[in-house]
Design a protein around this ligand. Structure first.
Ligand code: KIV
Length: 263
């Protein structure tokens, strides 16, 4: 069993060992995934992967709390991050009230909020009130409707400068690490070099301080679409469908249950 990471061991890992982050939404998978992951993210991506919605925007705090409770129950030896859903950190007071609710009702180790310089004041308010914060910069899935799609960032000098400013502002505000999503690899590298806290990439190349993937993407379970940055480590959808087909065939032909499955 691996040792549960702490805020200080996560910070110290920068430049020493890349961090392995993966999402989980329930106790069953959290327990399976924690054997190899350093950190488990209860991402609001559960609104798509688990709840079948087309984006993350309609995820609620109640949903996030319910799934975070389940993940913390399943992965008791893991550092767990609860994603704050859209609208739950619109100003610093709302953000603190909602984060306190997360901390009181779950065993999450920190919350994650999307945004850079524009959210620094909120991050500062949370961290100075005892809430550990993981930032999230670059492509922000909660802005998909206002931006009209998922847009890769860091394509211009201006975007590069802004991303570096975002990362520095989040670090100064007290975040202990951040996710960087959908950013040109050379720019993500420059962002990582500009701060002293770990920058964990998703669709941001290899030159960052760790990687995060959505578990249902990397296990090949999510079929609706596959972003360029996803590697499917197994074809989970085919494996599951194949197994259920075999079960269905055996039920129909009365091959299952056999004597060894019978009282
Ligand atoms: O919600 C999520 O799963 C995330 C990851 C994509 C980083 O925020």
């Amino acid at each position: 069993m691996h040792k549960k990471l702490t805020i200080s061991s996560i910070k110290k890992s920068k430049g020493v060992k890349p961090l392995v982050m993966i999402t989980a939404y329930d106790a069953l998978f959290a327990k399976l995934l924690e054997e190899s992951a350093d950190m488990i993210l209860v991402g609001d991506s559960l609104n798509m992967s688990f709840a079948g919605k087309s984006d993350t925007v309609s995820a609620t705090l109640e949903q996030m709390i319910y799934h975070t409770q389940a993940v913390c129950q399943g992965a008791q030896n893991s550092f767990v991050i609860c994603d704050m859903p859209f609208g739950t950190y619109k100003n610093k007071t709302v953000a603190l009230d909602n984060s306190i609710k997360v901390f009181q009702e779950t065993a999450a180790d920190c919350v994650k909020i999307e945004g850079g310089e524009d959210k620094a004041e909120i991050v500062e308010y949370l961290t100075s009130n005892g809430i550990a914060v993981c930032g999230h910069i670059g492509l922000l899935p909660q802005s998909v409707r206002s931006e009209g799609g998922y847009k890769v960032k860091g394509k211009t000098e201006q975007e590069k400068t802004q991303l570096i400013q975002d990362a520095k502002a989040i670090e100064k505000a007290g975040a202990f690490c951040m996710v960087i999503e959908g950013v040109k690899a050379d720019v993500a590298k420059a962002v990582g070099e500009a701060v002293s806290i770990p920058v964990i990439g998703i669709g941001a190349g290899v030159d960052v301080d760790g990687q995060v993937l959505v578990f249902s993407d990397m296990l090949g379970l999510f079929e609706a679409f596959t972003p360029k940055f996803v590697k499917k480590y197994i074809d989970g959808a085919s494996l599951v469908k194949g197994a259920v087909k075999e079960y269905a065939d055996e039920v129909t032909s009365k091959e299952f249950p056999k004597v060894e499955h019978t009282y």
